[in-house]
Design a protein around this ligand. Structure first.
Ligand SMILES: Cc1cc2nc3c(=O)[nH]c(=O)nc-3n(C[C@H](O)[C@H](O)[C@H](O)COP(=O)(O)OP(=O)(O)OC[C@H]3O[C@@H](n4cnc5c(N)ncnc54)[C@H](O)[C@@H]3O)c2cc1C
Length: 465
């Protein structure tokens, strides 16, 4: 039990990854910190439930090993990231095509050429042709030609490969100085061929941004593509909750209090529904955007992208390896899907298969049936006998980032009153962690504490499964 008169230097409201990461930075600078969380668990949107031994994420999590804050945020050095197979698998016309395979650090003309070959399915130096992967099942066959569909002609593919390689080598500051448009318009304005846009970039960005209409700012889209081109898509081992739990474990005992809802805040105190008032030297509101605006009237509430995640198990796993599968034909509700137990075997009991699929937007009634029908086409196997483990819908999953989007929204409202969370940066794990980094720096500066804020802690390793 907490004493109503409890004193701390800083009270953090919300134990999502932003609040926990900020608390970690504050406590390591010697600042006494209390984190108050309304729910009975830490993690916020990064929740994982266990059903029959399966580890099911509420979020269809796609992280990148290139997210800078996964390297920088103190407390995440024990996090294990499980990489997907390189690039993505694109489904088009009953076939699978691997796309977006990048050479890490390939910035020279020679490097770019190699990346283009990999993308184009052309022969690799010293190796055989990189052929598209056939969808297993009787109705499809391995294409004999070097058809690049849905990536377009060899020239289209070369341009795409060069563009991705260039993007990987472009400093983030340069990306952020480009003119800002809705992402869908920017793709066309940059002169890329329609087939490359529709067959690869649109489905990829839709999945990365959780935005089916690509109304997101082109700057956020560029950042997402930059992370894709310079790293590997990955999942946290054990489920999305591994990330907040790892952060919580590194806090001094007694820092986090769950089941405590904050009802109002000021620069020197917070009031809670359950335990009265807490006195403190500063308050950091680290809730989602809507709850933050309730506590801090006047704060902007953005629109949101709804996301539904569907988990299935089957005795006959599809033969797509540990790939992220996208539908270039947009022939159903699934934006992306993967045999997640191949990427991270700890998410399913031994010998069992977990397939996780993500639907964007408001789902139609009977979404599970529509998802199964779509998955049958995507994987090329019957899915009628697949068992549904869970269907989880989150209406306010990801804050919309329409242009003009301020990627560095203020985190210091007044001396003593601060705000962080994904709605202050980008609607992503990277954005939530980065906003926490900025907010903790602002709190420490105002408290006159010189912390080791910018020290780089050990990098979480992306270990191959
Ligand atoms: C379905 C889905 C899919 C997603 N896909 C991706 C993806 O592919 N890639 C990616 O990078 N990101 C993705 N995201 C976004 C990512 O999960 C979020 O950006 C991130 O988790 C936000 O963390 P946060 O700490 O800012 O907020 P939250 O996780 O929302 O944490 C806020 C916390 O504050 C608590 N709280 C609220 N009000 C109060 C109060 N009054 N008192 C006390 N506590 C309170 C809440 O209970 C919660 O625990 C997805 C999110 C969802 C839901």
């Amino acid at each position: 039990m907490l004493e109503p008169t409890y004193q701390a230097d800083v009270v953090v409201v919300g134990a999502g990854i932003a609040g926990l990461s900020a608390a970690r930075r504050l406590t390591s600078a010697g600042v006494t910190t209390v984190v108050l969380e309304a729910a009975h668990e830490v993690g916020g949107r990064m929740a994982t439930e266990t059903v029959d031994g399966f580890r099911l994420d509420r979020v269809g999590r796609l992280l990148s090993t290139a997210y800078p804050e996964l390297r920088r945020a103190p407390g995440l050095d024990g996090l294990v990231l499980r990489p997907f197979d390189p690039g993505v698998l694109l489904h088009s016309d009953g076939r699978h095509h691997r796309a977006g395979v990048q050479q890490r650090g390939a910035r020279s003309a020679r490097g770019a050429l190699h990346a283009v070959r990999a993308l184009a399915g052309a022969p690799r130096p010293g190796g055989g042709p990189r052929r598209p992967v056939a969808v297993p099942g009787r109705q499809v066959s391995v294409p004999r030609s070097r058809s690049g569909a849905p990536l377009g002609t060899a020239v289209d593919q070369a341009r795409l490969g060069a563009a991705l390689t260039r993007l990987a080598g472009t400093p983030v500051e340069r990306l952020l100085s480009r003119p800002e448009l809705p992402a869908a318009e920017a793709l066309v304005a940059r002169g890329l061929p329609a087939r490359t846009i529709d067959g690869f970039l649109r489905p990829l960005l839709t999945a990365l941004l959780c935005d089916p209409d690509l109304t997101t700012s082109s700057r956020c889209a560029d950042l997402a593509l930059h992370a894709f081109a310079s790293g590997r898509l990955c999942l946290p081992e054990g489920g999305a909750e591994a990330l907040p739990q790892q952060l919580a474990r590194t806090l001094p005992p007694g820092t986090v209090h769950t089941g405590v809802r904050v009802t109002s805040v000021s620069t020197t105190s917070v009031t809670t529904a359950e335990h009265g008032e807490f006195r403190c030297g500063a308050v950091l509101v680290a809730t989602g955007a809507r709850a933050a605006a309730e506590l801090l009237p006047g704060l902007r509430v953005p629109g949101f992208h709804p996301v539904t995640v569907v988990h299935h198990t089957t005795d006959e796993p599809p033969a797509t390896g540990a790939s992220l599968l996208l539908d270039a034909d947009r022939g159903g509700p699934v934006a992306h899907t993967a045999v997640v137990s191949r990427v991270d075997p700890s998410r399913a009991p031994a010998g069992r298969t977990l397939v996780t699929s993500t639907v964007l937007g408001v789902p139609a009634p009977g979404v599970d049936t529509a998802v199964r029908m779509h998955l049958a086409r995507l994987y090329g196997v019957p899915t009628a006998r697949w068992e549904t483990l869970a269907v989880r819908h989150t209406a306010e999953a990801v804050p919309a980032m329409r242009p003009p989007h301020d990627l560095r929204r203020s985190v210091r409202l007044l001396a003593g009153l601060y705000v962080c969370g994904d709605h202050r940066d980008t609607g992503s794990v990277q954005g939530a962690l980065h906003s926490a980094h900025r907010a903790a720096a602002a709190v420490l500066a105002d408290l006159g504490v010189s912390g080791s804020l910018h020290s780089v802690e050990p990098v979480p390793t992306a270990r191959a499964a």
